[in-house]
Design a protein around this ligand. Structure first.
Ligand code: CTP
Length: 429
C-alpha cells in the first residue's frame, strides 16, 4: 500500500527541510568586552557541537576578559582580534569572514558595541565585519541596567531594530556589580533558539502562518485533580521549532508539559480541550496550515467540583461528557473557504494503525495524518510513523522526532503550494 508521496515540491531541495539548522552553516560571532563574554564560550561550543563553522571576532576588551586561545580551541579556527596585526588572520582579508557568514552574532554586545553598530563605525575587526555582512544579524546586549535604560542606548537599539537587526535580551537579574535590574545577557540556550530562527529567515516557509498544537489537555475534576494523558509535547515542540527554523511565523498552542516554551515564536499556553479549541479557532482565520499534534482529552467530568472531592465508602462514579473535537470544529468553520488552511492530524493507535488513521483523515477532512504506534512513541526521542494522505502511505522508519518534523514540514510545504495554486485558480475564474 506504500506509494510515492505526493505534495513535495521538486524545486526545493528536500534536504533543506530535514537538515539540522546549524549543520555546515558559516556563523560569525563577535564578542565584546562585557563580563558576560564567558557566556560566549558556551555559545561557541554549542554552535560547534551543532555542526556550525564559527569564526570568532574578539574586540580588544573582550580579549582581556577571555583568552582568544579558548575560542580557538573550541572552533579549531584562528580568532580575529586585531585588524592591524600583520600576522593576524583578519588583516590578510578583512572582509573574508563577512563574505562567508550566513549569520552574524554579537554576544555579548556592550553599550559601546551597540552604539558602534548603530553608527556603522568600522575602526576594528568587528565594525568592518558588521558593515560587510549581508546576512541576518543578531545582537545580545549585556550592560549595567542604567546604561541599558539610557536614552542614547535605547536610541541606538531602535536604529538597529529599524534596520532589521534582531535584538535578544537583555534579561533581568543580578548583575556582576551586585545590582539587580535588566542588563544580563540571555543564556546561550535561549539565544540559540533566536539564532536558529534568524538563520531560517527567507526559508521555504517564509511568510506562512503555521499553527501547531501540542501536549495533553487537562480536564479538571476538582482543584487538585484532573483527567489527562501521557503526551509529553515533544513531537509538537519539534514541529513548531522546525517550522520556525524554515522561516514560518509560528503559533504554538500547548497544553501543560514539562518543556520550556521555545523562543522566537508565539506561545499560547492552555489547559482544557475547550480552551485549546478556542485558541485554535481564534487563529484559524489567518492560518495557512494547522498541525494538531495535541493529545486532546475526548471526555471531561460533567461537573467540576470547586471543593476538593472527599472520599466516601464504596465505589465512585465519575460521569463524563464529550469535549469538542477541535479538528471537526475547525472543518465546520473553514470547509467552504478556497483558502482553507492545510490541516494535519496525528493518530496514536495501539492497533490497525492505517485503518484508524485513514478513518480520521476522512472523518476530520484532513490533508495529511501522521500515524504513530503507541505507547512506543510517547515521550521518546525517536518515533516511527506513517504519513498518510488520501492516496498514499509513506512509512518512515524509526528516527529522531526532529527529522520526522522536517519531513512533515516538507509535506506541508508541498500542500501549501497546492493550496496556492487552488487559490490562484479560483481568483482567475
Ligand atoms: N483531536 C481533536 N480534538 C479532539 C480529539 C482529537 O482535534 N477532541 C485531534 C488530535 O489532535 C489529532 C487527531 O484529532 O490530530 C486524532 O486524535 P485521536 O485522539 O487519535 O483521535 P480521536 O478522534 O480522539 O479518536 P479516538 O480517541 O477514538 O481514537
Amino acid at each position: 500500500m506504500t506509494g510515492r508521496a505526493r505534495s513535495a515540491d521538486p524545486s526545493v531541495d528536500a534536504a533543506v527541510f530535514t537538515r539540522r539548522t546549524f549543520d555546515g552553516r558559516a556563523v560569525a560571532l563577535g564578542v565584546t568586552g562585557s563580563i558576560a563574554a564567558y557566556k560566549a564560550l558556551g555559545l561557541t561550543s554549542a554552535l560547534v557541537q551543532r555542526g556550525a563553522h564559527v569564526d570568532v571576532i574578539l574586540t580588544r576588551a573582550a580579549g582581556e576578559l577571555v583568552r582568544p586561545l579558548a575560542f580557538q580551541a573550541l572552533t579549531h579556527r584562528p580568532v580575529a582580534l586585531d585588524l592591524w596585526d600583520p600576522a593576524g588572520a583578519i588583516a590578510m582579508d578583512h572582509v573574508a569572514i563577512a563574505h562567508r557568514a550566513e549569520l552574524f552574532i554579537v554576544a555579548p554586545a556592550t553599550a559601546d558595541a551597540v552604539a558602534r553598530l548603530a553608527l556603522g563605525l568600522a575602526g576594528d575587526a568587528l565594525g568592518t565585519t558588521a558593515l560587510a555582512v549581508r546576512c541576518p544579524i543578531v545582537v545580545a546586549p549585556a550592560m549595567e541596567p542604567r546604561m541599558w535604560d539610557h536614552p542614547a542606548t535605547q536610541g541606538h537599539v531602535r536604529t538597529l531594530l529599524e534596520r532589521g537587526v534582531v535584538i535578544v535580551g537583555p534579561v533581568g537579574g543580578r548583575m556582576a556589580s551586585g545590582e539587580h535590574g535588566v542588563g544580563r545577557m540571555v543564556e546561550p540556550d535561549t539565544l540559540l533558539e533566536h539564532l536558529a530562527a534568524a538563520l531560517g529567515q527567507g526559508g521555504p516557509l517564509h511568510g506562512r502562518r503555521i499553527v501547531v498544537s501540542a501536549g495533553p489537555t487537562r480536564e479538571g475534576i476538582d482543584p487538585v485533580r484532573f483527567l489527562s494523558n501521557g503526551s509529553t509535547g515533544r513531537m509538537g515542540y519539534a514541529i513548531a521549532r522546525r517550522a520556525r527554523d524554515l522561516g514560518a511565523d509560528v503559533t504554538l498552542i500547548s497544553g501543560p508539559v514539562a518543556l520550556p516554551p521555545p523562543a522566537a515564536l508565539t506561545f499560547v499556553g492552555v489547559e482544557s480541550a475547550e480552551a485549546m479549541c478556542a485558541a485554535v479557532l481564534d487563529v484559524a482565520p489567518t492560518a495557512d496550515a494547522i498541525v494538531m499534534t495535541a493529545a486532546v482529552a475526548d471526555y471531561k467530568p460533567v461537573r467540576y467540583s470547586a471543593e476538593k472531592v472527599k472520599k466516601q465508602p464504596g465505589d465512585m462514579t465519575l460521569v463524563l461528557d464529550r469535549t469538542p473535537d477541535i479538528l471537526v470544529a475547525l472543518d465546520e468553520v473553514v470547509r467552504e473557504r478556497c483558502d482553507a488552511p492545510v490541516r494535519v492530524g496525528f493518530a496514536a493507535e495501539t492497533s490497525d494503525l492505517i485503518g484508524h488513521a485513514r478513518a480520521k483523515l476522512e472523518g476530520k477532512n484532513l490533508d495529511l495524518i501522521i500515524a504513530n504506534p503507541v505507547p512506543a512513541s510517547f515521550g521518546a526521542d525517536d518515533s516511527e510513523a506513517l504519513l498518510i494522505d488520501r492516496t498514499t502511505v509513506d512509512a518512515r522508519p524509526l528516527g529522531a522526532k526532529a527529522d520526522l518534523a522536517g519531513e512533515i514540514m516538507r509535506r506541508v510545504h508541498g500542500l501549501l503550494q497546492e493550496r496556492d495554486a487552488r487559490i490562484l485558480g479560483r481568483t482567475r475564474s
